[in-house]
Each structure stands twice: as C-alpha cells, then as structure tokens.
Design a binder for this molecule. Structure first.
Ligand SMILES: CC(C)(COP(=O)(O)OP(=O)(O)OC[C@H]1O[C@@H](n2cnc3c(N)ncnc32)[C@H](O)[C@@H]1OP(=O)(O)O)[C@@H](O)C(=O)NCCC(=O)NCCS
Length: 410
C-alpha cells in the first residue's frame, strides 16, 4: 500500500472514494452537509492506494484557526474525509494514513490537530481525546417564560439581559456577508470555536446556515444597528422550531434571540441545537423545568503534536506548578514536562522531577481546552495522580475563562 497526496487532477477520485467508504453519493442533499467536500484543498488530501494503484482510503485536513482559553488563535489541522473502502477495512489502512498525516503535520510545524469522530472508538488510539461537548436544549413554549432577575441589591437596576437592540428576520439568501462577519467575531471570543474560512461561505460548503439549505435567520443588531448575533432556524410541521445555531458570545443577545424564537406563533417547542455548555439561559426561565437538556455528546476531539508548544500557547487563569508525564503510544514518544503558570502565562520545560500526573496524550487533548476536568479522568482511571491534591490543582489550572464550545461541522 502506498499513500500519496491528491492532486487537482484526481480530486474527483478522492471525492468518489470517500463517498463510497461512507456508502453515500456526492449528490447527497444539502441538509446533510452537501458540498462540504468542495472546500477540500487537493494538497491537504491523501489517497491510500493498493499495489496495483487502486484507491482504497482517503484522509484530508482543513486549515482552521482554533480559539484557545484566553482568546489565543492558533492554527489547527481539521481532519476530515477519513474513509476506507468496505473491502479493505481492518487491514491497517487508516492507521497508515493517520501516521502519514500526523508526521506530515508536524513536519510542517503544526502543533495540534482536531476532528469530529463518526464513532467514538476510532481515534483514541491515534492520540485524540474528546475536548468539547454539545447538547440540545428543548423548551416547551407554553412554560418557557423568561424571568430575568434584577441585579442584587439594586431595585431600580434594569433586569439582567435587558436588550437595547433589535431583531430582524431575513432569509438565508438575503444575509450577504452578515453571517460570516458575526460568526468570525464570535469564534474569536469563544474558546474551542473554529474559523470558517471565507472559502466555505463563498462555496456554501457545509451544513446550514453555510449550505444552500433554506433557513430563516433572526439577525440581532445592537443599539447602533450593527449585527452582533444571529439564530438560524426553521419551523417543522409539528410546531417544532429548530435553531441550528445561535451565534453570539453576549449573553444578553442570546437571551434576546431566545425571546424572539419563543415568541414565534404556531410553535409548541423550540429546540436549540448546539446549546453551549453551562449557558445561563436555563437560569433565566421562570420555570427551570421548562427546559430539558438532551443529546449530550462529544464534538471536537483534540490531538497535541507538540506538548510544550501547545501548553504555552493557551491562556491560564490560576498560578501553579505541575509535573506531567505524557505518553504518546501511537507516535512512540514519552516526555516529562514541568508546567509553571505565572500571571496568565505558562512555561513548559523538560524535567526529571517526580511527576504529579501521568497521562496519555489523548487525555491531555481532552483537558487542554478546559472542557474536561482532569479529576474526572483521574476518577475514570485514565490519568494517574501521584500525590493528594494533584488532581484538584490540575482542575484549577486547566479550567478556562469560558466553557469551550464548537459548533462548526466539517
Ligand atoms: C473507520 C475506518 C476509516 C477504519 O479504517 P480501517 O482501515 O479499517 O482501520 P485500521 O485497520 O487502521 O484499524 C486500526 C485499529 O482501529 C480499530 N478500528 C478501526 N475502525 C474502528 C471502528 N469503527 N470501531 C472500532 N474500532 C475500530 C481496528 O479494529 C484496529 O484495531 P487494532 O489495531 O486493535 O487491530 C473505516 O472503517 C471506514 O471507512 N468507516 C466508514 C467511514 C467512517 O466512519 N470514517 C471515519 C470518519 S470520522
């Protein structure tokens, strides 16, 4: 078997092979993410070929930017289009492509890679760990009144989340550059979020609201008329209004958009897809039980390719010192690192000091964005803590300024 980069000339072979691996057709409907592959770049795609040059496997990366805790923006290779023909599975084709991809990324100076996993059993062995999570919030419209409290001790203060802006409903096709601009501002402030390169919007590659699937868009504007948030939605036959994504990091804007969709006529329930973890909206309902969370699952998986570089890139919010003993079985590597955090910045150097925590690189990927507590992985038996207090200190250190969240599909 041979692995080689795809060229512009055989990108169509790549696209056909990956569709055959998934049992789908390139003409699949826009709702399912049709045209996502039009955003592929030939020089970031690889084909696995048999000895007689038949294509049997595919893998690719997108060049994304990822927002880290503290707001640092770093390059992140977004692994996608991973497939092996049903006739050639469990013969090591994926493992060979993963090795090719990870060593190639490193050779190009990239230090982290991300993906969405079709099945959770596939990628841990290659050093990826789940790092952000997603869930749905379903609100029963008849019960979902908002009761916004006033700031404590200030009877004349405006209620929390008071909105001086406005909401306008547009069709997806009428939005021009608004969505791209609002999304770009949002993702820069949201840890765990990925860039959506201009090319994606221009090609309408991906899931709604990037794709051509029809959607209404509630665009929120601030008091000066500048768009600062949007909700992309559609209303189904049974009275369920589904919001694909609500894009804003401003809680008051989120509340205003929620009020708007809850006020929509002919609606029995509102389903927020990709509802951010630990979001305050539930606490703003007069009846806490009017909202039900479901569909809690992993979303973005993270793989670190250079531990010191990755740890020094993100922002930190508590001072402290930890010795991390990190195994990378897939790449056959091992490193012991002294992580020292002072005033929001980390230093990470090799050490031979006794470790506080021993962990696999996939577990470091899971805790890296602050969305998974190291102590949870200690309790699960993944991470070993070598002294009392080490897990609690790791929890305090790795926690970010805002729960990480990613809703980009790729
Ligand atoms: C997932 C897929 C790419 C795996 O390719 P593959 O060439 O069969 O994988 P490999 O032979 O390199 O497997 C490596 C190891 O992972 C395991 N593995 C691979 N896919 C697995 C899966 N879906 N579930 C559980 N284990 C899996 C193999 O059993 C093997 O384990 P071992 O080393 O202990 O023997 C292939 O099954 C496929 O194309 N599936 C449909 C498309 C898809 O889901 N793609 C992933 C998109 S995120």
């Amino acid at each position: 078997m041979r692995i080689r980069p795809t060229t512009d000339k055989d990108l169509d072979v790549f696209v056909d092979t990956v569709h055959a691996a998934f049992g789908r057709f390139p003409e699949s409907p826009v709702e399912g993410g049709g045209l996502w592959w039009s955003a592929l770049e030939a020089d970031r795609c690889v084909l696995a070929l048999t000895a007689d040059e038949r294509p049997v496997g595919t893998a690719a990366t997108y060049a994304f930017e990822l927002t880290l805790p503290g707001g640092t923006l770093v390059p992140a290779a977004g692994v996608t289009a991973v497939g092996v023909l049903p006739t050639h599975r469990r013969q090591g084709v994926l493992s060979a492509m993963m090795r090719h991809q990870l060593t190639g990324l490193r050779a190009h100076g990239e230090f982290l890679s991300v993906l969405l996993a079709s099945e959770a059993l596939i990628y841990g062995r290659f050093g990826y760990g789940p790092a952000t999570y997603t869930q749905r919030l379903t609100l029963r419209r008849d019960k979902a009144g908002l009761a916004l409290p006033r700031a404590r001790g200030a009877a004349d203060a405006p209620p929390t989340g008071q909105d001086n802006g406005s909401v306008e409903v547009l069709r997806r096709t009428e939005c021009g550059e608004i969505l791209e601009e609002v999304y770009d501002r949002y993702r820069r402030a949201q840890p765990g979020a990925l860039s959506r390169p201009h090319r994606w919007w221009a090609l309408r590659a991906g899931r709604p609201p990037i794709s051509p699937a029809p959607r209404y868009i509630a665009v929120h504007r601030d008091a000066d008329g500048v768009p600062d948030g949007y909700a992309s939605y559609s209303l189904g036959d049974g009275g369920t209004l589904t919001v694909d994504e609500t894009i804003t990091t401003d809680d008051a804007v989120f509340t205003a958009l929620a009020r708007f969709v809850l006020g929509h006529d002919l609606v029995t329930q509102v389903v927020f897809q990709h509802f951010p973890p630990q979001h305050p909206l539930r606490w703003q309902l007069a009846d806490f039980r009017a909202g039900e969370l479901s569909g809690d699952t992993d979303w973005l998986w993270v793989r670190l390719l250079d531990v010191p570089r990755a740890l020094t890139a993100r922002g930190w919010f508590t001072d402290g010192e930890l010795v991390l003993d990190v195994e990378d079985p897939f790449l056959g590597e091992h490193g012991r690192h002294l992580l020292t955090v002072r005033d929001g910045k980390a230093d990470c150097v090799p050490t031979d000091r006794e470790p506080d925590l021993s962990l696999d690189v996939r577990d470091l990927g899971s805790v890296y964005l602050g969305g998974t507590a190291p102590s949870t992985l200690v309790r699960a038996g993944h991470i070993r803590a070598h002294r009392p207090g080490a897990a609690a200190l790791a929890d305090a250190l790795f926690r970010g300024d805002r729960a990480p969240h990613c809703l980009h599909w790729f």
